[in-house]
Design a protein around this ligand. Structure first.
Ligand code: 4NP
Length: 152
């Protein structure tokens, strides 16, 4: 089982969008039983539901959005998950403040799995959930390619 945790700041916009798009991708590939997928934030408003903008975009794209509620990443998550995938560089700094050093090289930035590594802008501030969706999908496709090379 491959355990993947997507991480952003608030865990209501970007990381739950990545969580649900990736759940949809592995389901369509017929490999969902190989994965455990979740999301968390570095500074969430605990138990907040997935933000309307993310919900609406997922619905528009025909992707099922579950009932994730915001939670803060923990030290235990670092032990539990194989891949901890951040949306932007600042997330990585904050993740390390919580979990400590990345001794097992589990922490990645989503768009590092593409040919054009960069941060994913926060739609909480930009309001552009279409761009967030496109960036996240590009990153997840790169991540899936990477996984297929090494394991599935
Ligand atoms: P996210 O976006 O990190 O993509 O979930 C944010 C959501 C809420 C806040 C900041 C970013 N906030 O400050 O409440």
């Amino acid at each position: 089982m491959i355990k993947v945790l997507f991480v952003c700041l608030g865990n209501i916009c970007r990381s739950p969008m990545a969580e649900y798009i990736f759940k949809d991708m592995v389901k369509k590939e017929g490999i969902e039983e190989k994965f455990y997928i979740d999301s968390a934030g570095t500074s969430p408003d605990e138990e907040s539901p997935v933000y309307y903008g993310t919900r609406k975009k997922l619905q528009q794209m025909g992707i099922k959005c579950g009932n994730h509620t915001a939670r803060k990443i923990t030290k235990q998550d670092y032990e539990t998950f194989d891949y901890i995938i951040a949306m932007e560089e600042k997330n990585i700094v904050n993740i390390k403040r919580i979990v400590g050093e990345d001794k097992e090289n589990k922490i990645y930035k989503l768009l590092d799995f593409t040919d054009n590594p960069r941060d994913i802008a926060d739609p909480w501030y930009t309001g552009n959930f279409d761009k967030t969706y496109d960036d996240i999908t590009e990153g997840l496709e790169g991540f899936m390619k990477y996984l297929k090379k090494i394991c599935c």
